[in-house]
Design a protein around this ligand. Structure first.
Ligand SMILES: [Zn+2]
Ligand SMILES: [Zn+2]
Length: 73
């Protein structure tokens, strides 16, 4: 059972990799992490976290809690 109202510590349950598309962390940007690969982690609650990485450089979002995980482009 999922309990959206009960906070928990998000854990990456599913991870997918793709090509770099855009800066994911405008407020915490690391331009050296751009144009590498993008890793998307998904928690069992549907929250996602996106990380751009290139070599040893990375930038990432915090966990983004969304109701429509995967349903929006
Ligand atoms: Zn979660
Ligand atoms: Zn950036």
């Amino acid at each position: 059972m999922t309990s959206p109202n009960k906070p928990h510590r998000h854990i990456s349950r599913k991870t997918s990799y793709g090509r770099y598309q855009d800066c994911v962390a405008p407020e915490n940007c690391n331009p050296k992490a751009h144009h590498g690969e993008t890793k998307t982690s998904v928690c069992r609650c549907g929250a996602t976290r996106i990380m751009n990485s290139k070599g040893s450089h990375f930038e990432r979002t915090g966990w983004i809690e969304t109701m429509a995980a995967g349903g929006h482009e």
